[in-house]
Every structure is written in structure tokens, then in C-alpha cells.
Design a protein around this ligand. Sequence first.
Ligand code: ADP
Ligand code: MG
Length: 615
Amino acid sequence: MSDQPAEKFEFQAEIKQLLDIVIHSLYTEKEIFVRELVSNASDALEKLRHLQLTEKECFDDRLALEINVSTDDTARTITIQDYGIGMTKPELVENLGTIAHSGSKAFLDALKNGGEKNANLIGQFGVGFYSAFMVAESVTVYSHSWKSDETGHTWTSDGSGTYSVEEAEGLRRGTKIVVRLKEDCSEYSQASRVEALLKQYSSFVSFPILLNGTQINTVQALWLRSKDEIKEEEYTEFYKFQAHAYDTPLLRLHFSADAPLQINALLFVPEHNPEKFGMVRSEPAVALYCRKVLIDPSPKDLIPEWLRFLKGVVDSEDLPLHISRETMQDKALLDKLNKVLTKRFLRMLEEESSKRPDSYAKFYKEFGIFLKEGAATDYSYREPLMKLLRFESSFTEKGQTTTLADYVSRMATEQKEIYFLLGPNRETIESGPYLEGMKSRNLEVLFCFEPVDEYVMNNVREFDGKKLAAADRADVELSELDSQTTEGELSKETAEALAAWLKSTLGDKVSEVKVSKRLVDSPVVALNDDPMMTAHMRRMMKAMNPDSATPPIKVRMEINPRHAVLSHLEATRQSQPERASLIAEQLLDTALISAGLLEDPTPMVQRLYKLLAQA
Ligand code: ADP
Ligand code: MG
């Protein structure tokens, strides 16, 4: 040891909070700490292997790239040691004392979002290095950086708020972590127990792992093996190891190709959409390998943005080992890989949807939103993505969905457009005034329940040469109904006159008043005349900028000459013109409510009282 005294440090506040939870949690699968420490050792070796491609000088060169695990049940310790890149003093402080690690960060975010005191959260996120404190009385890290001009250090902590760092002499390159186990965790100092744990995932580590001097894994890359000889559990274990995940994947794609590039790929769809609760946006997580050597754990351009939920590995022999996104040639290679992966993945989804619709539905529930994002933003995959979308419609049962292709196959020859309506749920759309005109003409309408749907429909615009049209838009043309005159129906002339009177009474509040072809059961309807300012758009603008005035509403009003309310209005117009004006305004406001366009209900409430008082 040197004569420098040990220096004491406080953990960053977030880490203290994390450690407190980790240490006091009753999380049952404490064993995951072995996996976390081995995976850190493997990362460190991987980084060193990469550095050696470019760096000439490296401390303690020629050491074997392997991981040594040793157990001592008399001293009650387990030690994990690697000859990887190691850490300098500032790196020890930064990496083990502050929140640098994405898993820990996601864990803390989840806690803030109401998961407090839930020990099982640890199981869902993993807390990397800190998981050692679930089983440790104290943890000592010996580390020497790969940089020749550095000295070695020890880092020690019992996890209770502080740690100390001290210079150390005679260390080999890399990191050795000694975990002194708590009394009730002594099982992890027993060779047989640790061997069983290591065997579960050690075959996914691309470096030899030795337990007390004996190698226990044969290094083999799962993705290079043939599909028929891989067991389901092996895939799942690999996923968990590679993606640092704790769930069971929903879908998997394992394939190899030779043209236009040599590729072996193993991709997974996780069980849940991690962005579902508005948590952090997923970072790309499909790792790039060349002949089993990791090139980049999270390359940016390997898969499209809208596939960012995918996990797994892609291995291509055609890549240069230090690929750079900046050079044109490497960029072209990445683009080619990207194309192959995306096409294969979309084809797999297509197959899943036709052969295993239930499984596809489960996938779609979690990840459909990413397909929509892709359809709206990525022109090159719009067609295949649109085919994968699912909607409820006026022709399906509640909860059942249809594809756009099936919709088109049901269209009558005269029908030119694909109709859709936006709304929070089926009931709201069905009880609104927009569906009835479609229904009475036997026109199918797709129901869009998600807020992004409007954005998607506006961007996508058409499918299979047919325009996508919002059924509440004023410019949707509808055919004449074979009208049977109902009793009390206003004559054509009277209805036209009433419409003209309504326009002059309502003035600027409406762009036009027309006798409707679409109304069957409702007396009036307000149709949006401005496709860029839908109800949803207005709400968004209001939310983003509450103080600004939204542009005045411009709607076209349509009246139903068959409805009793209108014949009553016609009669009132002759006998009590003032009361008729009140009713006219009231009708407009009710139509605006149905359209989701009424901004200030106060005048309408006052008016209603007045009308009721007169009745
Ligand atoms: P993660 O591995 O996800 O980054 P961890 O909490 O497991 O998070 O580790 C935190 C950081 O500590 C790592 O990112 C790495 O920089 C450093 N580290 C941990 N173990 C080692 C090791 N054996 N060798 C070198 N650096 C390590
Ligand atoms: Mg880690």
C-alpha cells in the first residue's frame, strides 16, 4: 500500500436512495448480482479488446481475456476478476459513486412514478453493480486502468452512504471485485451454488469464465448456432443476459442471410412497451457484432427509429472492426443491414399476424403505436406497415379489429374513400351524429381511438390508392338516400327556406347551413370545414398555449328535415320568431358539443334556462 491516506467520499444522493432500497429490499432473487458483476467484467473485456485494435500501448499487455470467479466459504467471500479496461481513480468515483448507469436510472424513475417501496421493481430493472449490496457486508473493488501511466486503486464501501478510495500497488490490469457476504447470504461463497448460477448464462459470455481455476463455459455465440438445436429456455436466458432484461420476450426472429450481406441476426420483442407510461424514450439496443466480436452495443443507424423497442444482436462478417458512421462506405453498409433487418422483421410480423393472430394481437396491443409511428414518418416502409395496422370499425364487433386490406375488399364499387372517425372509444363514436349517415348507406367506418391516429391518418393519406377521409369532414360527399317521405317531414322548399333563415340568424358562427343527406336520427350536425383545425388539434393548441386565442371555429351546419325538432322550429319561426332564434343558437351549440368543438359552455347554459323558463 502507498503512504497516501484513504480518501472518503459520499455517494451521490440518488445512489444513496438506491442503495437504501437495495439493501433493505426483500427481493428474493438476490442471485442476480452474480450475473450483473460477470456482465460488467465481460463489458470491460469487450472494451479492452476493442481498444487493442487502435491503441499501441496497453498496461499489462498479453494478459488472457478471461473472467475469474473464485469462492471462499471460510472467509465468506466471492470474487469476480477480469483483465479488462479497469478504472482510474476519477472513473471509480464517477462510475461507482454517481448515477451513470441507465438501468439504475430507469429504476429510480420508476420509483418516482409511484412504485415506491416496491422491492420487485429491482427485479424488473436490475441495478447493475449496486445489486452486490443485496448480499454484501462490504464490497472492495481493486482496479487498474489499461492506461500505462496510471496507478491502481481500491474502492471500498459497506453501502451505507460513503465509500473510500485508496491508492494500491502491485495490481494487474483490470478489475477485481471482492464481495464479503452477509451471514444469511453465505450460499454465494459455495462453489456448487455459484457454478449452477454461472452455467445458466455463461455460454452467452464471449470470454472464458473460470470458477476456482476450472473453465466452466465453452464460448459460443448463440446467434451463430442453428435454430433447431437451440432450446426455448436458451433463447430466453440469452435475451435476459444480452438485453439486461427480466421479462420473457413476446416474439423472436432468428435468421441468417448471405445476400446482399452476410448476416446472422437474433432479434427479440420484449414483453412490454417501455415507453407506455411516458417513461424515457428507448435507446437503440440491437448490438452489432463482427464474427462474434462486439463492435457497438447500441449503434444508431442499424434499425429504424420506429423499431427502437427491439433487442438482440446482429453479426455480419462484412463489417470492418472499427466501423464509423461518418465514413460513407460504412454508412452504406449500415444502411444495407438496416434494410435487410427491417424487411425480415416486417415479414415476420406479417406471418405472425396471419398464422398466430392471437399472438399478433398481443404484440399489437403493446407495440402497435410504433408501427403507426413508422407508417406516419417512414415513407419507405409505409405500405407494409399500413398492412399491419388494425382498427375496430362499424362492421366489427366491439373489441374485434379489421385490416385496411379487408376494409378495401368490402368496399362497394362506387365507394372511393376509406372513412374513419376519431373518438375516445366505440360508444362515443357510435352515439355521435357522424356515423348514422354512413350507416344508412352501408358504408364502413374505421374507428380510431388513439390520440396519435389523427396524426397517422393525416400523414398517411391513402391506402391502396384510396384516400383516407375523416367522416366528419364537410367535404365528404354522400349519395342521395332513397328517401321515403316520413310523416311531418319538411318539404324541400320549406327545408331550404329554414336553412337560409338559420344562416341569417346564426350569422358568422356558421359558414353555411345545408339540408343534410347524412342525418338519420339526429336533428343537426356540425361539420368541420377546416381540415387543419380538427377538434383534437384545437385541444392540443390550447394545452400547449392556454392563453392564446385559438382561431374562430368555422363549421358547416346540416339540418335533418325528417326530424321533429326541425318541423317544430319551422312552426316556431312563424309564430314566435324570438324564441326560434334562441332555439337556433341552442341547436348549433349542441352540434358543437357533439363535434367536441364547444369551447365555452356558459352562454349555452344561460340560454337553456331561458328556454326552459319559457316552456
Ligand atoms: P452498467 O454496466 O449498465 O453501465 P453498472 O452499475 O453495472 O452499470 O456499472 C456501472 C459502471 O461501472 C459501468 O458502466 C462501468 O463503467 C463501471 N464498471 C463496473 N464494473 C466494471 C469492471 N469490472 N471493469 C471496468 N468498469 C466497470
Ligand atoms: Mg452492468
